[in-house]
Design a protein around this ligand. Structure first.
Ligand SMILES: Cc1cc2nc3c(=O)[nH]c(=O)nc-3n(C[C@H](O)[C@H](O)[C@H](O)COP(=O)(O)OP(=O)(O)OC[C@H]3O[C@@H](n4cnc5c(N)ncnc54)[C@H](O)[C@@H]3O)c2cc1C
Length: 698
């Protein structure tokens, strides 16, 4: 008999954003103007836990919903009670507010311990089930960090379950395919990526849910170790509106017109499109290498930058070249000249900042490599390229932590891609990726060498491993970054911080985040955004072997089967035509895509390849190897045609580097229309033959 604790969260309804929800001056969202709803993936987690209970024919197991939030978060517990749970626990306390993922995972883990002790009477046969991520934070970090605190196996990105021989086997999403796994021991944490069988409330259940008391605990009841702002290891320093998409988003009513523009611009070249969300800035220079120590061009916020510009100008006017020359008389003069811009204390902090030259963090810039079957994930090369740029600014080296078994041959490729030192952690228990074994190995290497920055790819593997490693090492972590820059906060006495910029609230705002109270600054970075360096086989690097004691006990999951794409596909082609679930069936996918690909090949005289969305692959329309996206392949073709594809972020990540995107979709509100260059609203069945005909005529 298993018990279940389902994590649910109240989030702003980002699907119903009205114009007045934006601050007209800053362009950022005013959260209080958004309705609050239960996080969509948590409703799926509730239904999934209910499904697990039914699968195992387990009538005795208890189901508890747990949430942490303000008192009004009780609403999501009532929702959960009306669907399937027996009891609901609300963790609410002002002291818990303002938390990052570490300071959220920690109190939740302590609440889980209390539930197990008091409600399950110390019965350790239980699952913690949650949505893969919440739509406001989009980090996917809390469940693995909770698992780390509780010392439990974590199975993330689950899409299905079967109950066999007295245990659950879970299907989960991995890079390049899917995998069936079972936890080697219970309890375990499961995160649900998709479960499309919603639960509905009956009238009587709703009445019962509204009358049932919710168990309410405060900070004192659970005695967490890290909570609230103080327990957090990251801090948001800036929130700003996302840059406008540089895609043209132009609708065509007529296939002939679209074909003409497409053929013309394809011939002429469309120029490189700046990728959404990427932040392009000047490369950072350490203070001791700047022309003058008064030069503070690299402050983290615009206000700090502007204040320093004013201060430096006044100092120059007074003939001061060095902050040590500033005495009381100079201070008075500055205040007279610039008093309206900053007061005494601020000026004093800024003057102290001018004397600083040493970075706060020391050590190399590291990338944790991801690989499978002897092949390094492309995102690792992109991160090595970024690490190279950061390390150059910080005057340090690029290290790559390469963990696995029989992996040394990959070191050469990583060195050619920009790595200086390869930290090789080889062990037979690292033959395949196991989150618990890998987090032990990687964390041990980091703890030995303490790099100042550690980057992971924001793939399912990286977004699973990084939260566990960072939690174990008591370091902050920022998820899914699209911008990484070094900047100072001289006024606060900090030089050369890693500023981590990422989309939040479903991409409606961008947030810049910094690490605090940590030995190392850690981030996962979105694949397809950072640039890889052209490989240089003559580059020299060092291999440093790092031994970690691992045993069978460190392996948390039994891998029952892995399905990866087989065969070959030419995603280097200049044109890629992809079909999604909107192709309706395999016959349409093959017939319609082939006709369009042939017409494009004939007209443009360039290689053309078929691609697919993950949903199309799961429907059996196309082979796994053809999947484009976060867990498929990232492509950088000249032209990408998306047919019957909605434009989910995980798909669009894979096409961010393409020059031109054309979409056909029958839904006039399809999200892909806001992320493409040209589009036609229409069914694929009607539009593709029209495009083919037009291509033959142009
Ligand atoms: C961890 C994780 C990793 C993932 N990795 C990937 C990935 O690598 N790649 C990927 O693609 N997805 C990935 N996904 C899945 C992703 O979230 C979406 O579910 C998926 O991209 C949807 O595929 P789709 O657009 O084909 O299907 P849907 O979202 O179902 O969209 C189908 C579209 O077809 C349109 N349509 C329907 N009928 C017609 C018609 N007759 N003519 C024209 N249009 C029609 C509809 O309007 C709709 O917009 C991942 C998800 C997770 C959780």
């Amino acid at each position: 008999m298993s018990n279940y604790i389902v994590l649910v969260k109240q989030v702003p309804d980002v699907s119903q954003i009205t114009d007045n929800a934006f601050n007209p001056e800053t362009g950022t969202l005013i959260r209080t103007r958004l309705a609050s709803v239960i996080n969509e993936l948590d409703t799926q987690a509730l239904a999934f836990a209910h499904y697990m209970k039914k699968l195992s024919c387990d009538r005795q197991g208890q189901m508890i919903a747990l949430t942490m939030g303000p008192p009004m978060a009780e609403e999501v517990l009532r929702y959960s009670l009306s669907r399937c749970v027996d009891k609901a626990v609300l963790l609410t306390d002002r002291a818990l507010g303002g938390a990052d993922t570490v300071a959220t995972a920690n109190p939740l883990a302590f609440a889980v311990r209390k539930i197990v002790k008091e409600l399950f009477k110390n019965d350790n046969d239980y699952y913690v089930v949650s949505g893969m991520q919440s739509v406001d934070g989009d980090t996917a970090q809390v469940p693995p960090q909770m698992a780390e605190e509780l010392g439990l196996p974590c199975i993330a990105y689950v899409t299905g379950a079967e109950f066999k021989n007295g245990r659950f086997e879970f299907t989960r999403i991995i890079s390049g395919g899917s995998q069936v796994v079972a936890a080697k021991k219970l309890p375990a944490v499961i995160t649900v990526a998709k479960h499309e069988f919603p639960l509905y409330a009956t009238f009587s259940k709703t009445r019962w849910a509204n009358q049932t008391p919710v168990i309410t605990w405060g900070s004192e009841d659970i005695k967490a170790t890290y909570f609230g702002v103080k327990g957090s290891r990251t801090a948001v320093i800036r929130v700003f509106p996302p840059g406008k998409s540089t895609r043209k988003c132009r609708q065509f009513k007529d296939a002939g017109m679209l074909t003409k523009v497409l053929v013309d611009s394809f011939k002429g070249g469309n120029g490189e499109t700046e990728r959404a969300g990427s932040v392009r800035t000047r490369n950072y220079v350490l203070p001791h290498n700047r022309e003058s120590l008064l030069d503070r061009r690299f402050e983290g916020t615009q206000k700090e930058q502007e204040d320093y510009e004013i201060l430096s100008e006044k100092l120059r006017e007074l003939g001061i070249k060095d902050a040590h020359q500033i005495d009381d008389a100079v201070r008075q003069k500055i205040l007279q000249k610039a008093g309206e811009h900053f007061h005494d204390k601020a000026m004093e902090d800024m003057i102290n900042g001018l004397k600083l030259t040493e970075p706060v963090f020391k050590g190399e810039v590291w990338v944790v490599a991801e690989h499978s079957e002897g092949v390094i994930h492309p995102a690792t090369f992109e991160l090595v390229g970024k690490a190279h740029e950061l390390a150059k600014s910080l005057e340090t080296k690029v290290g790559v932590c390469l963990a696995g078994h029989r992996i040394e041959p990959m070191a050469k490729e990583l060195i050619a891609a920009g790595a200086d030192n390869i930290y090789l952690v080889e062990d037979e228990f690292l033959e395949v990726f196991d989150p618990a074994a890998y987090r032990k190995a990687v964390a041990d290497a980091i703890r030995t060498y303490w790099p100042q920055i550690v980057l992971f790819a924001a793939t399912p593997q990286g977004r699973m491993l990084a939260p566990m490693v960072s939690y174990r090492l008591e370091c902050g972590l920022t998820a899914d970054c699209t911008g990484l820059d070094i900047r100072d906060s001289s006024r606060k006495g900090e030089i050369a911080l890693l500023l981590q910029t990422r989309p939040a609230l479903g991409g409606n705002v961008m947030a810049t985040i910094r690490t605090k109270n940590s030995m190392s600054q850690m981030a996962t970075a979105r694949p397809g955004v950072m640039k890889r360096m052209p490989p240089n086989p003559s580059r020299k690097g060092k291999i440093i072997r790092h031994k970690v004691e691992l045993s069978e006990d460190d392996v948390s999951l039994e891998i029952i089967g892995t399905e990866l794409g087989a065969g070959s596909v030419n995603f280097g082609a200049e044109v890629i035509v992809s079909g999604g679930k909107g192709m309706q069936n395999r016959d349409n996918y093959v017939r319609l895509l082939t006709s369009l690909c042939d017409a494009l090949k004939n007209r443009l005289k360039v290689p053309v390849e078929h691609g697919a969305s993950r949903a199309a692959v799961e429907q059996g329309f196309a082979e796994r190897i053809r999947q484009v996206g976060q867990t498929g392949t990232s492509v950088g073709s000249k032209l990408y045609i998306a047919l019957g594809i909605s434009g989910a972020i995980q798909h669009m990540i894979g096409v961010a580097n393409t020059e031109m995107i054309v979409a056909v979709n029958s839904d006039p509100n399809a999200p892909i229309f806001r992320q493409c260059d040209y589009y036609i609203v229409g069914t694929v069945e009607e539009t593709i033959p029209q495009l083919v005909q037009a291509l033959e005529k142009v």
